[in-house]
Design a protein around this ligand. Sequence first.
Ligand code: TYD
Ligand code: MG
Length: 454
Amino acid sequence: MAKVKSAYFCQHCGYEAPKWLGKCPSCNEWNTFVEEVIEKNIPSVVAFSTSSNRPTKPQPIHTIEEQATRRAQLRDGELNRVLGGGLVPGSLILFGGEPGIGKSTLMLQLAITENQLRVLYVSGEESEHQIKMRGERIGLSSEQCFILTETNIQHIFTQAEQVQPELLVIDSIQTLYSSQIESSPGSISQVRECTAQLLRYAKQTGVPVFLIGHITKEGSLAGPKVLEHMVDTVLQFEGDRNHVYRLLRSVKNRFGSTNELGIYEMQGNGLRQVENPSEILITNTDQQLSGIAIAATMEGMRPMLIEVQALVSTAAYGTPQRSSTGFDSKRLNMLLAVMEKRCGFKLGAKDVFLNIAGGIKVDDPAIDLAVVAAVLSSNTDLPIDPKMALCAEIGLSGEVRPVNRVEQRISEAEKLGFTSLIISKYSKGVDPKNYKINLIQCGRIDEVVRALFS
Ligand code: TYD
Ligand code: MG
């Protein structure tokens, strides 16, 4: 009988210890160790072992031949953009997100729309019929898309040899298991071993592999965190499940920048690419409403105009409430303090609620000025001109600070038909004569107030 070997793994970060520990020395989490059986004696059958045991020699870098990596251009433009300009052959991509956000939908959509590629879609979560139903809902079909419901990684490789796919999708990494290891699917050692085998498969065959991975809010599920260093690219799918917009971000990318952002809209028949995000994020009402300001922000390299909504009301209880959705609440408190101290607005006894429309989260500091403007507008009940946008950071002394890529923001506002834009007067290299839009340059918050309400 093969000798059974076991070890303890932290389910949070994957730290391995020979005995049980109460606190993980690596990530300092408590009570995360679980015993997992690792049986290494069974020889691998179909698994992709390292191609040869021939030791490699160091080579001078100038002698290494350059390989023009042909990136495959996907039909999905958003995905191309986030991947850094197309799919790199042999890359291993982890696609993470909370359950129910739409990971399987996006991957199946990819599998059936790329009809120039032979795709093997492996699911350990749904039956063929369920996948077919989902595919019908999306409303496309491809002769080149193969569905396999299987969780044993060795069997997956056997099938992959037959199908010879040009793209492999695994839904999800937490359901796979390797018979070489005895612990249950989803445990750290299984997830790590299966990923290592898929990595070898991708590198040897040049087939790009997408791995779907679930992440819970607490990070309690074994996996994705541990995998981040093994894979080439980590994509994250995020959004509010109650809203229709989903953001695709790259958290790590060996073949491109991590600044890119893809936007999708979840519809009854799958995910639709959103090419012009600004148009959908701004509500077009006929009436002028107070408490609304439009910010010219950047998400990565993509300029985007979004709506900031504020509600200021007299506090019903002794301690005023401050709540914000989509914007850092500490930053909101700081901005309120600046307005109180530097500009003399009495907000200390007011409840302040802030919301970024569309259920998206913004951490671009250029939205500060729009937050301030929305709060002031709601406080005074005076609407802001709906054709006016704002972009600037606010400093602790109430100064209006310049932001990066201001030209791009100006052009986007101009393109969307805004007639004026408030920016910092310290913005470098901006010549108002070059733009049709009226650029209002302010140095302090009180100048902004005059520009807004006069
Ligand atoms: P799913 O891809 O199953 O999520 P994940 O794999 O990330 O767990 O998506 C689940 C949600 O998407 C589900 O609540 C319903 C919704 N949905 C649509 O709104 N339209 C569609 O066409 C599809 C297929 C799903
Ligand atoms: Mg799923």
